[in-house]
Design a protein. Structure first.
Length: 100
């Protein structure tokens, strides 16, 4: 009986962890870098829908970046995965990584 309860607990934890990982991945949006303006701390991205911002269609859009160092990690033409959110200064890219 204890072995069955232990296995059920392990199964429940593994489901919870995989659900959390899936949710984290779904927040990332695919995009392509079109322009970088380091002086202004902005990036232009062609991107798909951004559910967290209630954007149901993809478009090309200029974003502020939360951390200007992000702009040094990418170049025009790079495919990226990013997260964007509402900040005090407007919509901004909060996380970004080059797509593998």
């Amino acid at each position: 009986m204890k072995a069955r309860n232990l296995m059920a607990g392990i199964f429940a934890i593994s489901i919870a962890l995989s659900s959390t990982a899936t949710m984290a991945r779904t927040d990332m949006v695919k995009g392509e870098v079109k322009k970088i303006d380091e002086a202004a701390g902005k990036i232009t991205l062609k991107h798909g829908p951004i559910k967290s911002l209630d954007m149901d269609e993809g478009m090309t859009m200029v974003f502020r970046v939360q951390d200007p160092a992000m702009l040094k990690q990418v170049k025009v033409g790079d495919k990226v995965l990013f997260e964007a959110g509402r900040t005090a200064s407007g919509v901004a890219v909060t996380k970004m990584q080059r797509e593998k």
